[in-house]
Design a protein around this ligand. Structure first.
Ligand SMILES: C[S@@+](CC[C@H](N)C(=O)[O-])C[C@H]1O[C@@H](n2cnc3c(N)ncnc32)[C@H](O)[C@@H]1O
Length: 401
């Protein structure tokens, strides 16, 4: 065959009689796959590697390292290899005071250790209090998602997906090549649960360990167009549907900060959520499939758990607005309803969820609305106490800004 034929416009035309491809395949495959893609369709995404002090330029993607220049005054700060969409680098360059060093707790809080049936996990080395900073982690790799793949029209959906995996492997490869030996070793040591679905080895690690990151693309709201961050320690957390950790992204230090959402005893496993927690068990197990394990946490094995979570997730939960207007309720209703729901949060251990954050704030507002600024005057001490300890420090895990 003539060289370059597969990339010619003639070759890209759909053969007569073949069905048109209606939608672009966005979901990457999981499980066992064996999809053949004709050779010759290499990634054509254009990216540039520029002087680290310069921006991305118009329309292009950039491979760069963050912090961009020597991190004066903070030697030894880890570096993150980034594949940036156009505009993301400028977000950081225009951030007053960027970059800042990562905040760390005064003493070590965790160790990595093998966990039966789960691989490596994190364990507390000392007692941790609700709201404590457990560690900060700058990603090893921050990879753009939703990168378009240029394929001929006659490719099936499965072939499009396979080709985008190949293109991504190539681009992650460029980033990994730039890592220093230690960072590369840490990346390659991470778990890969995508061994048979057509992902290459680097993309397999990205898909197993990547954490969605938004806030770096001004004006872009499509979640498939954000970033995936792979971290040295954060990516070692095992999942629980009742996690004891929550994370927030700190743009200035370009790192995730991890907090305890309840008191933790020395030796306890530290866990966080890979998926939303307010949904029923069967749905959670479905969403966990790409990670290739069945969750056997206390909630997943308790037949009463779904009912409790459904009760918590009901719309029109207790709020000052509801108490006043919708329809008006007695004072006692607001506090008793907040307490009833907080009890459910406690039973289900869902302190890492946005629902808990909302309930604490509802309690806080209720105390103010009823003139109860001094906690001991009503039996709302616990609510106020939790508010001060938690909601000021922990942001919703889904809202990273
Ligand atoms: C992000 S990694 C977590 C760290 C991993 N355990 C390791 O050895 O590096 C995700 C992988 O950990 C394992 N895992 C996480 N949570 C688990 C759980 N609750 N039960 C069993 N395996 C789990 C699965 O193999 C999953 O693909």
């Amino acid at each position: 065959m003539k060289r370059g034929f597969l990339n010619s416009s003639k070759a890209k035309k759909r053969p007569v009689g073949s069905p048109p491809r209606e939608t672009i395949y966005h979901r990457l495959p999981i499980g066992k796959q064996n999809v053949e893609v004709p050779a010759g369709y290499d990634a054509k995404t254009h990216f540039i590697e520029r002087d680290p002090r310069l921006g991305t330029g118009v329309g292009g993607m950039t491979i760069t390292t963050v912090p961009f220049v020597d991190f004066e005054g903070y030697p030894g700060e880890p570096r993150c290899e980034c594949l940036f969409h156009a505009g993301s680098k400028e977000v950081l360059m225009n951030l007053p005071g960027f970059p800042q060093p990562m905040q760390q707790p005064p003493t070590t809080t965790f160790r990595l250790s093998d966990t039966p049936g789960k691989g490596v996990g994190l364990f507390a080395t000392r007692a941790l209090k609700t709201g404590d900073l457990v560690f900060s982690d700058r990603p090893l790799l921050l990879c753009a998602t939703g990168i378009p793949t240029d394929v001929p029209e006659f490719f099936t959906q499965e072939q499009v997906a396979q080709q985008s995996l190949r293109d991504l492997e190539k681009m992650v490869g460029y980033c990994v090549q730039r890592m220093d030996a230690e960072t590369k070793e840490a990346y390659m040591a991470l778990k890969n649960s995508h061994l048979e679905d057509g992902s290459g080895p680097l993309v397999g690690i990205l898909r197993t360990n990547g954490i969605g990151l938004e806030g770096l693309r001004p004006g872009v709201t499509d979640p498939t167009q954000f970033y995936s961050a792979v971290c040295k320690n954060l990516s070692r957390f095992n999942h629980s549907c009742s996690p004891n950790m929550a994370r927030r992204w700190d743009m200035l230090s370009f790192s995730y900060q991890v907090f305890a959402v309840r008191d933790i005893a020395p030796g306890e496993e530290l866990t966080y959520q890979y998926i939303p927690l307010e949904i029923p068990t069967a749905y959670r197990q479905e969403l966990l499939k790409p990670y290739d394990f069945t969750c056997a946490c206390l909630s997943c094995t308790d037949p009463e758990s779904d009912a409790r979570r459904a009760n918590l997730n009901k719309s029109g939960g207790p709020s000052v607005f509801h108490w006043l207007f919708n329809p008006p309720q007695a004072d006692a209703w607001l506090f008793s309803e907040i307490r009833r729901q907080l009890k459910l949060v406690g039973e289900e251990k869902m302190e890492a969820t946005f629902r808990y954050f909302e309930l604490l704030n509802a309690g806080f507002e209720a105390c103010i609305a009823m003139g109860d600024a001094i906690p001991s005057r009503r039996s709302s001490t616990k609510i106020l106490w939790d508010c001060r300890g938690l909601s000021t420090r922990i942001l919703c895990p889904y809202r990273l800004d």
